[in-house]
Design a protein around this ligand. Sequence first.
Ligand code: FOL
Length: 204
Amino acid sequence: ELSKPSISLVVAALKPNLGIGYQGKMPWRLRKEIKYFKDVTCKVSNPTSQINAVIMGRKTWESIPKKFRPLPDRINVVLSRGFPTCEVIEENIIHANSLDESLKYLSKSDHNRSIERIFVIGGAEIYNTLIDDPRTSHLLLTEIETDKEIPVDTYLKFPLYDENTSWIKQSKQELQSFVGDEIILEDDIKEGDFVYNYTLWKRK
Ligand code: FOL
């Protein structure tokens, strides 16, 4: 058997409280950041033989503009407790009623291409469950800062900055190696009222 796909969380959050949402939407629109999201989640070692998967909750699916979904060049898995087990809706869209069902589906080798990486792309409930799941090996966190008062009602409950955390922030060099040389990593990117940095965390 070939190597199992890694599971990574991908998320952008406002420091220091790790706010990610307000009234069902993201509190910002960061053009370069969403391009980074697209580049990172699409990138595979060998595009003719591999593809990545994105796993998201139903509300996150509904929040993606219709013209962008399913997210192209990725297998899109949508989770809802109301879905019946696991079914293929169309090319690149899978419905599942649990994370375990979706991982079981993705591990079956009946796809044209093998799955290199699995990215969990939200929302809050799924992130906050998966951060404590030992199958999640990586966290790609975009740390956003601002001077403005940004209304936020949804937060990551991530133990990153706790004293006994098992999550370690990796060097920029480690992040570069994870995303590959084609992706240019700038520091302190400024867009509107926000400044942000891309980070990679690994479980100890
Ligand atoms: N992680 C990070 N780092 N940034 C995000 O914005 C983000 N967003 C989500 C999950 N993890 C994230 C969930 N929300 C699209 C829209 C919303 C969304 C995720 C993706 C989307 O439409 N993406 C398109 C590109 C759109 C564009 O070019 O404007 C894609 O193909 O990925």
